[in-house]
Design a protein around this ligand. Structure first.
Ligand SMILES: [Zn+2]
Length: 262
């Protein structure tokens, strides 16, 4: 599932592509909005909030999209690629004369008044990729430690605690702090939880703001996530994987059994 760093990059791409001209096409392939035509509207920019995207328009409306598991926004400089609109996985098309943004396999699509955006995202904890995220981390940490009986791994994934972390940044954050994903949240101090959320915020922002290379997200080296059976970069023990959270919402958690003991 795309995480906060990927969503911030997507928001920047959409903002840049739609900045200069009104939409020449704006279509939503979504049951509630089949007849809605967004052509003629001007984008005021797209922002991310956790894993959500908010594209604001000059008529006071906001298009809300969420990628869920498999969604993606692709931005292409090619008015000639109209045949791609017929792809059955396309859920949204926002196009100017120069750029076409297609949302594939989007998991949520809503159109609301911009002033009502809180109805969609008000239940979420603070956005960990905001410019002022670290100001809001202590309050989120105070919530995190109350989420018994959750484990630390599951609580970091809980978007109502703090918004943006997925399985990659949960694993990488806990690895860096040598904390076992199955430790009960009630066993953490607020200072420890603050340190975890601060690290997650910084890792995601670094990832979003720097170019990727093999084995990295942005310039952040990936130590644990997706490396089952490969040596821990700190101690050489093979990285292991288990599940955190309650089925069917359980998710994989990669960790070093030696550096992050139960
Ligand atoms: Zn290790």
């Amino acid at each position: 599932m795309p995480e906060g760093d990927v969503l911030l990059r997507a928001a920047r791409r959409l903002t840049a592509a739609l900045a200069d001209e009104p939409l020449v096409r704006g279509e939503l392939r979504w049951p509630a909005y089949g007849g809605l035509d967004l052509a003629g509207l001007r984008s005021l920019g797209t922002v991310s909030y956790g894993k959500h995207l908010l594209t604001r328009f000059d008529d006071g409306s906001t298009l809300h999209t969420h990628l869920r598991m498999d969604g993606t926004w692709r931005v292409e400089h090619a008015p000639g690629l109209r045949s791609r609109d017929r792809d059955p996985n396309v859920r949204a098309v926002l196009a100017t004369t120069r750029w076409t943004c297609r949302g594939y396999l989007l998991g949520m699509v809503d159109v609301v008044r911009t002033r009502d955006e809180r109805d969609l995202i008000g239940h979420l904890g603070p956005h960990l990729l905001a410019d002022d995220a670290e100001e809001h981390v202590p309050a989120a940490a105070a919530v995190l430690v109350t989420r018994a009986p959750a484990t630390v791994g599951a609580a970091l994934l809980d978007q109502t605690v703090a918004a943006g972390i997925g399985t990659i940044w949960m694993a990488e954050t806990l690895f860096r702090h040598r904390i076992n994903p199955w430790r009960p949240v009630t066993d953490l101090t607020v200072d420890e939880a603050t340190a975890l959320l601060t690290t997650a915020s910084r890792l995601m922002l670094t990832s979003a703001n720097s170019p990727a290379a093999p084995g990295t997200r942005g310039s952040v080296p990936i130590a644990a996530h997706g490396r089952e059976g490969r040596p821990c970069p700190r101690c050489g023990t093979p990285i292991a994987v288990g599940r955190v959270g309650t089925p069917p919402q359980d998710r994989p958690a990669f960790y070093c059994p030696a550096c992050q003991p139960r």
